[in-house]
Design a binder for this molecule. Structure first.
Ligand code: SF4
Length: 440
């Protein structure tokens, strides 16, 4: 298709130059790995899944699903706009990610930058190749200086690229860890290197702060799978049933919910509600996993993560045939046949801790989650060998060092939530955080 990609990393993964171009020119749901077929796990759609007895697939389908025309996400809108330009005979705008990739050469790697960033490089040289450092170092130096000037803190999700995760981030973790840290921070500015719903959550839990995202188009297929109107329809259909919502949703959806959860605390919170059944939104596979761990009846929605749904049980069996001693860890957003094959199922935080338990031996670990997770965990456990089936999240990969720098320089792009929505959404998030506080 003529989209540029380059095998850049020297530690076992392919970096696509222009990750995110996929959904600029495609159908809005592609992943970056679509351009690196040598590393992609084939997107085989599994046959009918076996669901636990207490799992009901939602029977109330909203018009957006029935018509097969969900509200287009930002990426799909970009593609539509490009198509409109073509019809009008106008030049299509260049995909932003290509501009950013070229922007990497803008800042020089001087002697003073080298000296200033040398301590950082020494910390990360096992995860960032030396040959790449002159590209990253000028941005690392400028970002860290600007962070101090702005009294800013950078929160980075586990799926961020190593050059963000290991060099400029102040706090790293999964959605729950980031939300808890956002609530506590004294900084004036929070730069959220993740996706849009995470920035909204940070704003909800700490409304006095300025919350910025490096790229406004960093969305999420799960968050886009459901709208506030969908949740209101469910409330009408099941008026007495609590609505439990995964944090991977918009503030509007959270505002219609009773409580939020993450993959790490979903089972605990569903049980703590004390209800015989709950509506669990929007991830069908996470709902299925929760149903397998509790006697509470779960009514699910049919949302999926475009990254995790690509894994299949066959993939895992093939890896195991090659190495029967492989330790397999899977995120609960993966389909049930994948989870059935895994040694451990849990959130990204849970997976990191589990790797810590096996790290003493000469373990080979297969992480069935987003590609950068293995890069970032391997930084902590250099003795463990990671097998890397590469499924990139195109939304997470919109964040780059040049964009983080721009964000701090221009104080863009600020994420706000309308007060009447924020008030109700905050209640659902605060309830989750209250359930998640460490107890004596
Ligand atoms: S990995 Fe999946 S759930 Fe996470 S942001 Fe990307 S699309 Fe959304």
């Amino acid at each position: 298709m003529g989209v540029p990609f380059s095998p850049a990393r020297n530690y076992g993964r392919i970096v696509v130059t222009g990750v995110g171009v996929a959904d600029t020119i495609g159908d809005g749901v592609g992943t970056g790995c679509a351009f690196a077929p040598s590393v992609i796990v084939p997107a085989m759609h599994a046959p009918a899944r076996t669901m636990p007895a207490n799992h009901l697939l939602i029977e109330l389908l909203p018009p957006s699903v029935l018509n097969g025309s969900p509200t287009p996400g930002p990426a799909a809108q970009t593609a539509a706009s490009a198509a409109g330009n073509k019809e009008r005979g106008e030049a299509a705008p260049r995909p932003a990610i290509i501009q950013d990739t070229m922007g990497v050469i803008d800042l020089p790697y001087t002697r003073s930058v080298a000296e200033e960033t040398d301590p950082v490089f020494r910390r990360v040289e096992h995860v960032i190749p030396r040959v790449e450092w002159p590209l990253h170092a000028p941005y690392v130096a400028a970002i860290n200086r600007l962070k101090r000037e702005r009294n800013a803190v950078i929160l980075a999700h586990n799926y961020q690229v190593p050059e963000i995760f290991h060099t400029v981030a102040d706090i790293v973790g999964d959605s729950l860890a980031l939300a808890m840290q956002a609530a506590k921070t004294d900084a004036d500015v929070i730069v959220l290197c993740g996706v849009h719903f995470m920035a909204e959550t940070a704003k909800l839990v700490n409304p006095a702060k300025t919350v910025l995202v490096p790229d406004l188009k960093a969305g999420c297929s799960l968050a886009e799978s459901i709208t506030a109107a969908d949740v209101r329809l469910l409330r009408e259909r099941y008026p007495k049933t609590p609505i439990v919502t995964y944090v991977n949703t918009s503030a509007e959806v959270k505002a219609e919910s009773d409580v939020c959860v993450t993959s790490g605390n979903a089972v605990q919170i569903v049980e703590a509600l004390g209800a015989p059944r709950v509506i669990f939104l929007p991830d069908e596979y996470l709902a299925n996993y929760v149903a397998s761990k509790t006697r509470v009846e779960i009514i699910a929605w049919k949302g999926h993560c475009e990254v995790h749904e690509r894994f299949t049980g066959n993939d895992v069996r093939r890896f195991r045939e090659d190495d029967p001693s492989l330790v397999v860890l899977a995120h609960p957003e993966c389909p049930p046949d994948v989870l059935a094959e895994a040694d451990y199922v849990g959130s990204t935080q849970g997976m990191t801790e589990y790797v810590g338990k096996v790290a003493s031996g000469e373990a080979r670990v297969l992480l069935l989650t987003e590609c950068s997770m293995a890069d970032n965990v391997s930084g902590r456990y250099p003795g463990v060998e990671f097998v890397r089936p590469c499924n990139l999240c195109p939304h997470m990969k919109r964040n780059t060092l040049p964009k983080v720098l721009h964000s701090l320089e221009a104080m863009e792009y600020e994420v706000t939530v309308a007060p009447e929505i924020a008030q109700r959404a905050r209640r659902a998030v605060d309830r989750m955080l209250a359930f998640s506080q460490p107890r004596d």
